[in-house]
Design a protein around this ligand. Structure first.
Ligand code: ZN
Ligand code: ZN
Ligand code: FE
Length: 751
């Protein structure tokens, strides 16, 4: 029978997942000679044999691929044989266009865990244990293709035994690039605040655990940066951490030793359990029970949710196993700054906060915060997309000939790079409010370009002229597209679902620069392939003091009352007579009191009128308080009246609702009941506008759709009325998704 040569080219996330060893074993099973290699482009295979065998081999490549591999394209060709005699893994080729996908970091697999907790294993308690199924990827890779010499592991030559594993195709550490052991790999050290070494290796870990046990604050060099750690049961220790981080009320994330321990304290659905234990291992927002006594109140004040994750590196596993109790594990940064990745930088920045530093000598190539997820309508919704998810691309509908960059917005910034159909959305960067976050922003841009070795030909940014991201985009001197903020929100959700217009986008958030120069944020946009039309929005009101209103929901309330021409309940807002005079003058003259149609500010205003939150410690707090209050109302409630005022741009008029709310407050009705009615009313407003717009597909985006109650109610009511509803899952509804929408808007330019 005549032999043929099969050539296969695979693109996708196929490096660092054991793809070559998998192909090697498969070729061995079929007795097919040939080779496999990694290039910056993807994985290439050639095998020779009889046609039937080749076909069976090819089918198995696709069907049996390693667990973490993502095959985006698989192309093959049949050629004349050249007479291979054995199968080999060839040396990587690192020239050519770099389009192989960089994998995210993967949580420790069960097999490695078994090694780490087996006293007879040579990796017993070794914090840097990994294999082709797990371990660091994105946070150690310096360039493509993914080989040890291109990672921060290159400074650790493998010992004989590790090398033997690395070279044995039948070993699960075959070509595991970060492979290491206590003899040859990275090591821990425990430092004091001056950087003096107090202990090394396992002793360092044990002494760090002792410190946490005794209420000390530990700065731990983790996978994608430092974490600040403290005993989550210890109220005074948690409060000390709050003072250090200058964070009054914003909830802290926790790490718990086991899923069982979480289940004992929280309601955990099967989906939530699978997220917690997934290879991405995000922080998951979970409802905790009233009897949840294990955690100190200061961890998440007045919050029915806890953000909890499980250990995701051997270091975390060993530490949590030794401790046996939940810890607060929050990003190791100064308030609002990027997470520290370097131990010397950490000493400088966290020296006042942390008592001790548990560090190691494996450099972190780039930062990656812990991701945050919430289950909304039985689906995961990422609120912060970073470790475990970034930098896997979102695959867009259209191919793009030239590379493009999107710089995102201002808050919760991420950037994105477009290569062909792939939109590489960066890890969470942060709010571009200080020098170091702006540096991190620039680094994230340079980093994506460097990894994929491309120079963008076009750039997209927000329409806000004052955003630092916008100014950076302008400074690049490339063809520039300014994308209206809420248009980008809707496009990001559409891109995530592979959706093209027409669709009715409901983009509700805190703040976005509107095309008419006012502050938008309660928008209904009809989105088509070539742009959008603002079909409706919330009735605008003035924000006395502008941006200052974000931290003072009572200012939104004052603006709302002013717009209604009334002054009832003003006393509840707790302004001094002097403050009130100044603010009212601003409102009366329209000076430093911009008009806004923001839904976020409407939430703020109502929260303030209900006395839930007059001044807030962090953005979005008032809306959260309203959501939590509404959750306490068990009964079904009637919505208030809400009007759609007709016009070329219809206005959703909240005034009848707010009047009724004021009456209810005056009559002493329960806050929970009013809050729930408020949520339901807004959804009826969405429904009324959707019916008027008559577009079958409705897309929900913007920070307001982090609100589970609002989002689930909207999905339910709109679906019942026959609309097909899309909401965020892989990409955050908040401004963390804007960069993706901006990239998608570049397609619209082409018409
Ligand atoms: Zn493993
Ligand atoms: Zn070794
Ligand atoms: Fe936004």
């Amino acid at each position: 029978m005549s032999k043929k040569r099969l050539r296969v080219e695979i693109h996708g996330a196929v490096q660092g997942v054991g793809f070559r060893p998998f192909v090697y074993r498969l070729a061995d099973e079929f007795h097919l000679p040939g080779w496999v290699l990694n290039s910056a482009h993807g994985v290439f295979i050639e095998v020779e044999g009889e046609q039937a065998k080749l076909e069976a081999f090819l089918a198995r490549v696709a069907s049996d691929k390693p667990r973490h591999a993502v095959i985006q394209t698989l192309e093959h060709a049949t050629l004349e044989p050249v007479g291979y005699t054995a199968f080999e893994i060839r040396k990587s080729q690192d020239h050519g266009r770099k389009s192989a996908l960089v994998l995210p970091d993967i949580a420790t697999c069960d097999a490695c865990l078994a090694d780490v907790f087996d006293p007879k294993n040579r990796r017993y308690r070794y914090p840097f244990t990994n294999c082709t199924d797990c371990g660091p990827r994105f946070t150690i890779i310096e360039q493509l293709p993914y080989d040890r010499s291109h990672t921060t592991m290159r400074r650790f030559p493998m010992c004989k035994r590790c090398l033997a594993e690395y070279e044995n195709p039948l070993d699960r550490r075959f070509h595991a690039q970060p492979n290491a052991c206590p003899d040859c790999g990275p090591q821990l050290a425990l430092w004091d605040r001056s950087g003096r070494v107090l202990a090394e290796r396992d002793d360092a870990l044990k002494r760090a655990a002792d410190a946490v046990r005794s209420g000390k604050i530990l700065a731990l060099k983790g996978l994608g940066g430092f974490q600040l750690i403290v005993d989550a049961r210890n109220e005074s220790a948690v409060q000390a951490m709050r003072r250090c981080k200058a964070r009054d009320e914003k909830p802290f994330a926790m790490m718990a030793p086991t899923l069982k321990r979480i289940q004992a304290q929280c309601t955990v659905s099967p989906l939530e359990a699978s997220l917690l234990t997934s290879p991405q291992a995000p922080i998951v927002l979970l409802l905790h029970g009233a009897g949840a006594v294990e955690v100190a109140p200061a961890v998440a004040p007045q919050n029915p949710y806890w953000g909890i994750m499980l250990p995701y590196t051997p270091l975390h596993h060993v530490l949590l196993n030794d401790l046996g109790f939940p810890i607060v594990a929050t990003s190791g940064n100064r308030s609002e700054e990027p997470i520290c990745t370097d131990e010397h930088q950490a000493l400088e920045q966290l020296g006042d906060s942390a008592d001790l530093f548990l560090v190691h000598d494996r450099p972190i190539a780039r930062h990656a915060d812990d991701s945050v997820a919430r289950v909304i309508a039985e689906k995961m919704c990422l609120l912060r997309r970073a470790r475990g998810y970034a930098p896997l691309p979102i695959v867009l509908k259209n191919d793009s000939a030239s590379p493009a960059l999107a710089v995102g917005a201002h808050q919760k910034n991420t950037v994105a790079l477009r290569l062909g159909q792939n939109a590489f959305l960066s890890q969470h960067v942060g709010d571009l409010e200080n020098f170091s976050t702006v540096q991190a922003f620039q680094k994230a841009i340079a980093d994506l370009q460097c990894l994929y070795d491309v120079k963008p030909q076009r750039v997209a940014c927000d329409a806000h002229p004052d955003y630092l991201s916008t100014q950076h985009a302008i400074s690049l001197g490339l063809p520039l597209k300014k994308v209206q903020h809420h248009h980008a929100h809707v496009l990001s959700c559409m891109a995530e679902h592979g959706l093209q217009g027409p669709a009715l986008g409901i983009a509700w958030d805190g703040t976005g620069y509107g095309l008419d120069g006012t502050v938008w944020g309660g928008e209904f946009l009809r989105v088509e392939a070539d742009g959008f039309e603002r079909v409706a929005h919330l009735r605008p009101f003035r924000l006395p003091g502008g941006e200052a209103a974000v931290r003072q929901p009572r200012r939104s309330a004052l603006g709302l009352l002013h717009e209604m021409g009334g002054a009832s309940l003003q006393a509840r807002l707790d302004f001094t007579p002097q403050e009130l005079k100044v603010l009212q003058a601003m409102l009366a003259q329209g000076l430093n009191a911009p008009l806004t149609s923001s839904a976020g500010r409407l939430f703020d205003a109502v929260a303030a009128l209900l006395g839930l939150c007059l001044v807030c410690g962090f953005e979005g707090q008032a809306a959260m308080q309203l959501e939590f209050a509404a959750m306490e109302e068990p009964s079904d409630v009637e919505p208030y009246d809400i009007d759609v005022n007709e016009g070329s741009e219809a206005q959703l008029d909240w005034a009848p609702m707010v009047r009724a709310i004021l009456d209810d407050v005056g009559a002493g009705k329960p806050i929970a009941w009013i809050s729930k009615r408020f949520h339901h009313t807004l959804v009826e407003g969405m429904l009324a506008v959707a019916k008027r717009a008559g577009v079958e597909r409705v897309v929900l985006s913007g920070g307001c759709f982090q609100n589970k109650l609002l989002t689930e109610r909207a999905i339910q009511r709109l679906s019942q009325a026959g609309f097909t509803v899309y909401w965020h899952q892989q990409v955050p509804p908040n401004d963390g998704g804007i960069a993706l929408g901006q990239l998608a808007a570049l397609d619209a330019q082409k018409g």
